[in-house]
Design a protein around this ligand. Structure first.
Ligand code: TXA
Ligand code: MG
Length: 356
């Protein structure tokens, strides 16, 4: 029997959303309520970005600490001056190139944006999602919408409405359900306020794509993790984490496979259950009886691996093996974002060559 949810779910088409349903959801946003909605990356938890009480409700519903800033979602680049006090020329070029799309830009905050949105910072994160239902909602609400990923703080981001309800049922007013999100990983976050723009979170828009438009770009997330570690140890490490202990191997393919085989044998010898989060190719090789396998698709199709990653992680986690094992997909394109999320899901349990 499907669970009986307290939060209302409205089924909306991802290509031709019913205007009446969108208007209903927009009304909830305008009244200060919380509406989870699909984007091309993951489901977001939406609220009126210019209403400080609504923004507070987002933090409360997620259990998110007040020092972790939110992303503002727009439907039109012309609205950028509503939330940014100045728009750096690089931001304009990137917006023209990649919006709507999975790129979040950190820009100087306009006074109209409540300080709670940016957790007291002088900057604010902004993006235009590439999803017809999301854009329709933002347009109908007539206001910028804050939307962090629609999960409890520290948990895996939701790629389906069921994931949203598993985390937030009864804590939010509405969820718009358009099925699984196409990309499956959160947007690339780029800070364009320093002279050398910095990637703070890798995503579907790669460093090479950004550099092709604006020249040199710095990879900033490793340093950011280390700095945050000094201020608040483990805080960022615990992002995207399942309940089950997850071990993640980074290193050359052959040694990765050998590591997986050793670990599987070790756990099975101890009588412990093992869950694998692996490519189809690995699943064909790692065929121990009793091992619980979630296939992510071919290692040569990283779009699919990314799209399935969080759903597979949640599914495996729900079956509570003693351990989940995963290994790296390299550094090409989306692989870097996949590595980042699995490193965080592992909460420090990373084996192999971490510097790769
Ligand atoms: O794909 C996405 O970006 C999804 C969908 C819903 O749009 N949203 C999302 O939001 O992932 P959230 O809140 O889970 O992640 C926002 C990230 C966090 O790492 C946060 O620290 C960073 O953006 N961020 C937000 N404002 C910032 C700022 N002013 N300076 C630096 N980092 C910021
Ligand atoms: Mg999040």
């Amino acid at each position: 029997m499907p669970p009986n949810y307290l939060t209302r779910r409205l089924l909306v088409s991802s290509t031709h959303p019913d205007p009446a349903l969108i208007a209903e959801a927009a009304g909830v946003i305008q009244a200060g309520g919380l509406v989870a909605f699909p984007t091309e990356t993951v489901y977001g938890l939406g609220a009126n970005a210019l209403d400080p009480d609504a923004v507070q409700r987002v933090f409360r519903a997620k259990g998110r600490p007040a020092h972790d800033p939110l992303i503002i979602h727009l439907c039109d680049p012309g609205d950028l001056p509503r939330v940014a006090v100045t728009v750096p020329p690089v931001a304009e070029r990137l917006a023209a190139h990649f919006w709507p799309g999975p790129l979040t830009l950190i820009v100087p905050r306009a006074p109209a944006v409540p300080l709670t949105v940016s957790a007291g910072r002088e900057t604010v994160a902004v993006r235009i999602p590439q999803h017809v239902a999301a854009l329709a909602l933002i347009r109908a609400a007539g206001t910028p919408i804050v939307a962090p990923s629609a999960n409890r703080f520290g948990h895996t981001s939701p790629t389906t409405a069921d994931h949203v309800l598993a985390d937030l049922d009864g804590r939010i007013d509405l969820v718009l359900d358009s099925g699984p999100t196409p990309i499956g990983l959160e947007s690339t976050v780029l800070d364009v306020t320093p002279p050398l723009p910095r990637i703070l979170r890798p995503g579907a828009i790669s460093l090479a794509q950004l550099s092709a438009v604006i020249g040199p770009v710095e990879l900033g997330w490793q340093q950011a993790d280390e700095q945050a570690g000094l201020v608040s140890p483990g805080m960022l490490d615990r992002h995207y984490a399942p309940e089950t202990e997850l071990w993640f191997y980074i290193g050359p393919s052959e040694s990765g496979l050998a590591w997986m085989q050793e670990r599987i044998e070790l756990y099975l010898a101890r009588g412990q259950s093992v869950g694998l989060l692996v490519s189809d190719e690995d699943a064909e090789i790692l065929t121990w009886p009793g091992v619980d396998v979630e296939r992510l698709g071919s290692a040569h199709n990283l779009d699919q691996v990314a799209q399935r990653l969080y759903a597979a992680l949640r599914a495996l986690d729900a079956r509570r093996p003693a351990v989940i094992l995963a290994r790296d997909f390299g550094e090409e394109g989306l692989a870097l974002a996949i590595r980042d999320r699995l490193t965080k899901a592992a909460s420090g349990r990373v084996a192999g060559n971490k510097q790769m």
